[in-house]
Design a protein around this ligand. Structure first.
Ligand SMILES: O=C(O)[C@H]1O[C@H](OP(=O)(O)OP(=O)(O)OC[C@H]2O[C@@H](n3ccc(=O)[nH]c3=O)[C@H](O)[C@@H]2O)[C@H](O)[C@@H](O)[C@@H]1O
Length: 437
C-alpha cells in the first residue's frame, strides 16, 4: 500500500504536465502503474463514499437526503428476551382489558396515555424512536417513569415495517394508539422532510402492517386542530372545511385524515382521528410556547409574544393533558372492531374524527400573565407581529360531537392546568436552576 501511495504521490496532478519517458518498456510499465494507481485511488474514493452513505443512512429510509434522518438509527430488536419483555408489557391484566400498541410512547401525550391504560389493567406496549427534535433526556425520563409501571418501550421507527410486523407476530394487539409524529407548526419550515417522513410515510407504513394483521386492530390516532387552518368561523366544528392549512404540519395531518379514509374504505380498518387543541401539562413538550416561556421567564430572557394585524389577539384553546387522556381512552373504548382480515375488507368499518379541545380560548398574553403570577417573576414581553410561518390567529373547538359520542368533558381551566405544569417544571428542573433544553 505504501508503495502504491508513493507512486500516486509521484504522479503529477495535471496530466498535461506528465513528462514522457523515452524507453517503451519504462513507458508501458509507467502506464500500467499509473492505471493501477488510478484504479486504487478511485476504489478508495468509491469505498469511502459507500461507507459514508452506509453510516449516515439506515437501509429502511426512502429519503436518503432528508435531514429528518438525524434521528434514525439502526435499532436493536428481536431475540427471546426481547420478545418476552414485549409479551409481558402487552399482557392484559384486567377483565375485558384491551392490548394496545402505543406509538410515540416516550412523547408527551404518549407517556400519559400509556400510563393511564396500564393503570386500569390494559396491556400496553410502547414504540418510540427517541429522536432529538427536542431534548431526548426528557423522553428518557418519561421512559423510566413508564418502565416503573411495567410499560416497555421498544426503540424503533414506525417506518420500519419489519419491526412492526414482528410486533404484531408476537402480540395480537386489539388496538393501536398512534401518537408518533413530527409535531410543531413552525419547525416545518426548517425541516419539511421530517413531517413527510413521520406523518405521511410513517402513517402509511403503520396502516400497511395493521391492514395485514390478523386480527386487524382498531386504530386511534392524533390529528390536529391545525387542520382548520385559515378558517374564520368559530368554534371549529368537525363539519367545517379543512382544505386551507397554514403550515406543512397541518397539511400532513390533513393528508393523514384522507389516508385514514382510504384504509378504512379499502381494507375495513376501524379508524378514529383526534384533533388535539394545543395540549399542555406536566411532562410536556419543550418546543411549545407555554413550556419555553416558563424557561425563559425564569432565566430573565425576553419572550416573543405574537400579535395579529391591528393589535389583534392571538389565542389558543389550550387543553389540559388529563382531559386529552380521557378523550383518548374513551375513543379506544368506543372503537369498533376492524372488519377486514388477511388484508381484505369484509364489510364497512368505523371511521371517525373528533375535536378534543377545551372550548375556551385564551389569549397568549393572558397565558403569560398566568405564568408570571405562578412563577412570581415578571416576564420581559417582546410583542411582535404573528410571523407567517405556520401559526394561525386563533383556535376554538366545538366539542359537542366528542361530548355526545365519547362522553368527553374537559374540566381543567388554563390557570389550574398551568399551576400543575409549573409545579412539575420546578421539581423536574430543580427549581428552574437546571435549564430546560
Ligand atoms: O393544536 C394543535 O393542533 C397544535 O398545537 C400546538 O401548536 P400551537 O397551538 O401553535 O402551540 P404553541 O407553539 O405552543 O403556540 C401557542 C401559542 O403561542 C404563540 N406563540 C408561539 C411561539 C412564540 O414564540 N410566541 C407566541 O406568541 C402561538 O402563536 C400560539 O398562539 C402544537 O405545537 C402542535 O403540535 C399541535 O398540533
Amino acid at each position: 500500500m505504501s508503495k502504491q501511495m508513493s507512486h500516486l504521490d509521484d504522479i503529477p496532478s495535471t496530466p498535461g504536465k506528465f513528462k514522457m519517458e523515452k524507453s517503451p518498456f519504462v513507458h508501458n510499465r509507467l502506464r500500467w502503474h499509473s492505471s493501477l494507481a488510478k484504479l486504487t485511488f478511485w476504489s478508495f474514493i468509491f469505498l469511502g463514499l459507500i461507507l459514508i452513505f452506509f453510516f449516515r443512512s439506515p437501509s429502511s429510509n426512502p429519503l436518503p437526503q432528508d435531514p429528518s434522518r438525524r434521528s434514525l438509527r439502526t435499532y436493536n430488536w428481536g431475540g427471546p428476551a426481547w420478545e418476552k419483555r414485549v409479551r409481558s408489557s402487552a399482557r392484559v391484566r384486567s377483565h375485558n382489558g384491551i392490548s394496545v400498541l402505543v406509538t410515540g410512547a416516550a412523547g408527551f401525550v404518549g407517556t400519559h396515555v400509556s400510563a393511564a391504560l396500564k393503570r386500569r389493567g390494559d396491556g400496553v406496549l410502547g414504540l418510540d424512536n427517541f429522536n432529538d427534535y427536542y431534548d431526548p433526556s426528557l423522553k428518557r425520563a418519561r421512559q423510566a417513569l413508564l418502565e416503573r409501571s411495567g410499560v416497555f418501550i421498544v426503540e424503533g421507527d414506525i417506518n420500519d415495517s419489519a419491526l412492526l410486523r414482528k410486533l404484531f407476530e408476537v402480540v395480537a394487539f386489539t388496538h393501536v394508539m398512534h401518537l408518533a409524529a413530527q409535531a410543531g407548526v413552525r419547525y416545518a419550515m426548517e425541516n419539511p422532510g421530517s413531517y413527510v417522513h413521520s406523518n405521511i410515510a410513517g402513517l402509511v407504513s403503520l396502516l400497511e402492517v395493521c391492514k395485514s394483521a390478523n386480527p386487524q386492530p382498531a386504530i386511534v390516532w392524533a390529528s390536529s386542530s391545525s387542520v382548520y387552518g385559515l378558517n374564520t368561523k368559530v368554534p371549529f366544528s368537525e363539519k367545517d372545511r379543512t382544505d386551507q392549512p397554514a403550515s406543512l404540519y397541518a397539511a400532513t395531518k390533513k393528508a393523514g385524515e384522507e389516508i385514514a379514509h382510504t384504509y378504512n374504505h379499502i381494507y375495513g380498518l376501524s379508524l378514529t382521528g383526534l384533533r388535539f387543541f394545543t395540549v399542555y401539562g406536566p411532562w410536556g413538550r419543550p418546543d411549545m410556547a407555554y413550556f419555553f416561556f416558563t424557561r425563559d421567564i425564569l432565566k430573565g430572557k425576553s419572550i416573543p409574544i405574537f400579535e395579529a394585524a391591528n393589535h389583534g389577539t392571538v389565542a389558543r384553546d389550550f387543553t389540559y393533558i388529563d382531559d386529552i387522556v380521557k378523550g383518548c381512552l374513551a375513543a379506544l373504548d368506543t372503537a369498533e372492531k376492524s372488519t377486514g382480515s388477511g388484508g381484505k375488507k369484509k364489510g364497512p368499518a368505523q371511521l371517525r374524527v373528533y375535536n378534543l379541545g377545551n372550548t375556551s380560548p385564551v389569549p397568549v398574553s393572558d397565558l403569560v400573565s398566568i405564568l408570571e403570577r405562578l412563577l412570581k417573576v415578571n416576564a420581559k414581553r417582546d410583542i411582535m407581529k404573528l410571523p407567517r410561518n405556520g401559526d394561525v390567529q386563533f383556535t376554538h373547538a366545538n366539542i359537542s360531537l366528542a361530548q355526545r359520542e365519547l362522553g368527553y368533558k374537559p374540566s381543567t381551566d388554563l390557570q389550574t392546568g398551568l399551576k400543575k405544569f409549573v409545579r412539575w417544571y420546578l421539581g423536574y428542573y430543580n427549581g428552574g436552576k437546571k435549564a430546560a433544553g
